[in-house]
Unconditional design. Structure first.
Length: 115
């Protein structure tokens, strides 16, 4: 296992892929941090994309962040399988950054039990 932290200054008004789990790995998400460094309140959405069944699971849905405010999710763990990915979509005109930390585990057994 190894830890990895990804930081991104998000592009406003579009979906930004923050992290994609590499082939043959699982990733355990331990931190999602979203910060608004702009001068006005803006909305942010984030989602987990589970490729095993082509579903998108909202983590944050159009949450308003005031100027200088942040959201932090670190009280639980979320397991992502190979090729699953996390996206964050800030409102147009927003200046929002994202920090995402995972523990990466090499794996030959996938989420659905197949090798």
């Amino acid at each position: 296992m190894r830890e990895l932290t990804v930081g991104k200054n998000l592009i406003a008004g579009v979906s930004n892929t923050v992290y994609t789990v590499p082939k043959g790995c699982k990733a355990i998400a331990t931190l999602l941090f979203l910060a608004n460094s702009g001068g006005s309140t803006k909305a942010i959405s984030a989602a987990w994309h589970d490729v095993s069944d082509s579903s998108t699971i909202p983590i944050v849905g159009a949450k308003s962040l005031g100027a200088g405010d942040a959201l932090q999710f670190n009280q639980g763990r979320m397991v992502l399988d190979e090729y699953d990915y996390l996206t964050a979509t800030p409102e147009a005109g927003a200046i929002i950054s994202c920090i995402f930390t995972v523990e990466i585990i090499q794996s030959t057994t996938y989420q659905n039990g197949n090798s």
